[in-house]
Design a protein around this ligand. Structure first.
Ligand code: MG
Length: 411
C-alpha cells in the first residue's frame, strides 16, 4: 500500500506594481498583492499530488482575523504534514478525518483538511487512471456521459461607477460569457442604478448575479435591514439570478427574513467555516444556491456531503471559486460531477486584454497546462486526477511577501 511520504506547502505572493484602490460607500479598500498557497504531496509509490489552498475568503480573514497565508502555510508544514505523513495515500476520507478531528481552530482545520483531501483525490485519480470527476460521479451515483464542457459565469467588477460595470459586462458578454456577477456597495441609490443599467444593457443576453458581501463590511455605513430588503426586492423585480451574501455569513435569521420578505433567489456559503456549517446554512431553507468550495469545506469529501444534502432539498449547489487556475480546476471537477450545477465561477482579473479588478499572473502561471476556456466555457481535461500539470517554477518566481494583502479604510 502506498503511503504519504511528504507534504509541503508553499506560500506565494503576486506583487502589484502599485496598490489598487476601490471606493465603496463610506470607505476605501486597497489591495497590494494576492497570496496563494500550493500544496505538494509525494507518496511512496512515486506519485505526486497537488492542491490549491483557499485564498479568497481566507484572505478576507487575513485582514479581519489575522489568519494570514504564511500562518496557514506554517500550520500545514509543521502540524498537518507530520500528522498525515506515513498514512495511506489511498484513502482520502480516512486521512482527511485525521485533520478534521484534530485540534486546530475550526477555520484552519477546514482549510488544511481541504488541501490534504484535494491532493489525495489528485493522487487517487492518478493511481486509478481516471479524472477526479469520475471518482465523484461514482460516489454520487451519476450515470451517463460526463459533462466536461462547463459553463462559467464571469465574476468581476468591484466598487465602480454604474457605467463602468455595464462596460465590463458588455465586454464579457462579447467574450462569450452568458452570466456576469459583480460587487456593488456604492450606496443604495447607485447600487440600484447599476443594476437597472445592467438589466437594460445586457439583461437579455446574460444572467446577472449580485455579490453583496460588501454590504455587511461597510462598518458604520452598512445598509439598514430595511434598505437591504428594499434593494434585494428591486433586484428580484429585475430578474436577478441570485443575490449573494446580502447579510453576514452566520446571520441565518437575516437570510430567513430576506427569503420571506423578497422574491430574490439567495446564495451563500463561501464563508462557512466547515462543511457542517455549510450544510447548516442550506438547512435554513432560506437560500436557493449553496456555494461550497473544495478549498474551504474539507475538499471533495466535505463538499459531497453538502451536495447530497442539496439533492434532497430545494437547493442548488454551485461552487464558490476565486483564486488561481488550480482552484478553478479543482472546483470544476465538482461541477462536472453534479449535473444540476449551472455554472463554474470564473474570476475576472486585469490582463492586457481586459480591465479587471487587479492583475494576477500567478493565477495562470501556476499551471503549465494551458486551459481550454473559450466562449465562457471551461473544457475540463479527461486526464487522470486534477488533469493538469502544476508549474513548480512559481515557487521561485512568486516569493511570499510579508504583510496583509488588502486593507479597508473607513471614513
Ligand atoms: Mg462571494
Amino acid at each position: 500500500m502506498a503511503t504519504i511520504s511528504t507534504v509541503t506547502a508553499y506560500a506565494l505572493s503576486n506583487r502589484f506594481s502599485h496598490p489598487r484602490e476601490f471606493n465603496f460607500e463610506g470607505g476605501t479598500r486597497r489591495i497590494f498583492k494576492r497570496d496563494a498557497i500550493l500544496v505538494e504531496m509525494e507518496t511512496t509509490d512515486g506519485l505526486v499530488g497537488y492542491a490549491p489552498v483557499g485564498a479568497s475568503s481566507s484572505a478576507m480573514r487575513e485582514y479581519f482575523e489575522d489568519a494570514t497565508q504564511d500562518n496557514l502555510t506554517d500550520v500545514l508544514n509543521t502540524i498537518v504534514a507530520p500528522e498525515v505523513e506515513g498514512e495511506s495515500a489511498e484513502d482520502p476520507e480516512q486521512v482527511t478525518a485525521i485533520v478534521t478531528n484534530g485540534n486546530l481552530p475550526l477555520f484552519l482545520r477546514s482549510q488544511a483538511a481541504s488541501a490534504i483531501n484535494i491532493a489525495l483525490y489528485d493522487l487517487k485519480g492518478k493511481r486509478h487512471g481516471v479524472p477526479i470527476y469520475e471518482l465523484l460521479r461514482d460516489q454520487l451515483g451519476v450515470d451517463g456521459e460526463p459533462r466536461t464542457e462547463l459553463p462559467m459565469y464571469a465574476s468581476g467588477g468591484m466598487y465602480m461607477p454604474p457605467q463602468q460595470y455595464l462596460e465590463e459586462a458588455k465586454s464579457l458578454r462579447d467574450a462569450g460569457f452568458q452570466a456576469y456577477k459583480y460587487r456593488p456597495g456604492r450606496g443604495v441609490d447607485e447600487d440600484i442604478r447599476t443594476f437597472e443599467l445592467l438589466v437594460d444593457g445586457v439583461g437579455d443576453d446574460m444572467d446577472l448575479m449580485v455579490d453583496a458581501h460588501t454590504w455587511w463590511k461597510m462598518d458604520n455605513n452598512s445598509y439598514t435591514p430595511d434598505q437591504v430588503r428594499d434593494i434585494v426586492q428591486q433586484f428580484a423585480e429585475g430578474d436577478v439570478y441570485w443575490v449573494e451574501e446580502p447579510v453576514g455569513p452566520d446571520d441565518f435569521d437575516g437570510y430567513r427574513r430576506l427569503a420571506k420578505s423578497t422574491d430574490a433567489p439567495l446564495a451563500g456559503g463561501e464563508n462557512a467555516e466547515s462543511a457542517d456549517e455549510l450544510v447548516e446554512l442550506a438547512e435554513t431553507g432560506a437560500i436557493d444556491y449553496l456555494q461550497g468550495d473544495v478549498r474551504h469545506h474539507e475538499g471533495y469529501t466535505g463538499c459531497l456531503d453538502a451536495v447530497r444534502y442539496c439533492q434532497t432539498a430545494d437547493v442548488t449547489f454551485v461552487p464558490h471559486n476565486f483564486g488561481t487556475d488550480l482552484g478553478l480546476v479543482a472546483n470544476a471537477h465538482l461541477v462536472a460531477a453534479i449535473p444540476e450545477s449551472p455554472y463554474l465561477e470564473c474570476p475576472v482579473y486585469e490582463t492586457a486584454a481586459h480591465a479587471g479588478m487587479y492583475p494576477y499572473e500567478l493565477s495562470t502561471d501556476i499551471l503549465s497546462t494551458s486551459l481550454d476556456r473559450s466562449d465562457g466555457t471551461l473544457t475540463l481535461p479527461d486526464t487522470p486526477g486534477l488533469g493538469v500539470e502544476v508549474n513548480l517554477d512559481v515557487v521561485d518566481k512568486y516569493p511570499y511577501v510579508e504583510g496583509p494583502w488588502t486593507e479597508f479604510i473607513y471614513s
